[in-house]
Design a binder for this molecule. Structure first.
Ligand SMILES: [Mn+2]
Length: 351
């Protein structure tokens, strides 16, 4: 569990996907309420994915007498184009119906960062805050609880934007972005490592923003680690091979810690690259199958290449089955699916 007290407001960082997540949220809020000395009964949800489980948690908290405020920028921009987007639209409607004026759901195009959906300290008397476990969720929660600095909104938009630009914010923002870049990937054999690293990073950054020197120097050590990871990425990019014209692959399985943002940017820039592929030993599919192939499309080709055409149309998105496919520009598959389905289709359609 990733939690912080921000200006004494208990904050839980979580993405709610299942019943256990719902219980975690409800229990966190109950516990916060039992220590709460103020006169409000507000719980803020900010930057949290609009899932069925999120709606369930909101509903339960309303039933227990809390006022729930919801601020988010994950609304669907335009008509839903697939099943996942349709589910977001339904959940959004449900939240509007439950919360009325307290529900503000917008789209990323209008609000690149969730911090722009709150005023400084607007929720400093809240019982609890539930936020997305990423820099956008963290900065938005901090601003809500009244911990702000001059460039926060601008930094938050950069931190939540294109991966290769995330490290280009203000100096304090770079400490967070570079720290995030060296959080270990999810490893099924050490499931808690990623969460613990995130907890420490968020806690240090919150302190650093408020002027704590010791926390700042711990963040600077992570920057040194990031600089080494960038060097590893530069070396890895040189090992790229061509699967078929237009498709570039780098094998990072069991390699040293690298910076994904740097590697992705280098691969995107390779002449004629329409798809780049990372073969890796970590990730949700690798947890079941040992290896996973993660495919992505550079921005310039996102309107012309659709990765969903590289797998059979009836295949279910499920890590255990060896496929994760939600959007047209990202695809993750197991090694058997890569060789039997993806590579043959690529050779026919991409060039
Ligand atoms: Mn966000």
């Amino acid at each position: 569990m990733i939690t912080l007290k921000i200006n004494s407001v208990p904050t839980l960082f979580i993405k709610a996907f299942n019943g256990q997540d719902v219980r975690t949220i409800v229990e966190f809020v109950r516990e916060a309420a039992s220590f709460y000395a103020g006169s409000e009964n507000t719980v803020l949800f900010i930057d949290t994915p609009i899932t069925g489980a999120t709606v369930e948690a909101v509903e339960k908290l309303k039933d227990e007498g809390f006022r729930v405020a919801f601020r988010d920028h994950h609304g669907i921009d335009g008509e839903p184009t697939n099943d996942r987007e349709q589910k977001v639209v339904s959940a959004t409607a449900k939240l509007h119906q439950l919360l009325g004026q307290d529900c503000k759901i917008t789209v990323r195009r209008l609000h690149p960062a969730c911090s722009t959906l709150v005023s400084p300290g607007e929720f400093k008397d809240a019982v609890a805050i539930i936020a997305d476990p990423d820099p956008d969720g963290l900065t938005a929660a901090m601003k809500s609880a009244g911990v702000v600095y001059d460039e926060l909104d601008r930094d938050a938009a950069i931190l939540d934007g294109a991966p290769q630009l995330q490290v280009t914010g203000s100096p304090i923002s770079q400490l967070l972005a570079k720290g995030v870049a060296v959080i270990p990937s999810y490893d099924a054999s050490r499931p808690k490592d990623r969460e613990i690293a995130t907890q420490r990073l968020f806690a240090d950054w919150l302190k650093a923003v408020q002027g704590d020197k010791t926390a700042t120097s711990r963040l600077e050590e992570r920057v040194a680690e990031y600089d080494r990871a960038v060097q590893v990425s530069n070396a890895l990019a040189k090992t790229a091979t061509i699967v078929t014209p237009g498709v570039v692959l780098v094998d990072v399985a069991d390699k040293d810690l690298y910076d994904p943002g740097t590697l992705n940017a280098l691969l995107e820039q390779m002449p004629g690259c329409k798809i780049w592929v990372i073969r890796k030993s970590l990730g949700p599919i690798a947890a079941f199958h040992g290896i996973q192939y993660s495919l992505a499309i550079p921005k310039a080709y996102q309107d012309t290449v659709d990765l969903r055409t590289l797998i059979p149309t009836d295949v279910k998105s499920d890590p255990e089955g060896g496929v994760i496919s939600n959007v047209s520009f990202l695809l993750h598959v197991s090694e058997p699916v890569w060789y039997s389905e993806v590579v043959p289709r690529m050779k026919q359609t991409i060039s």
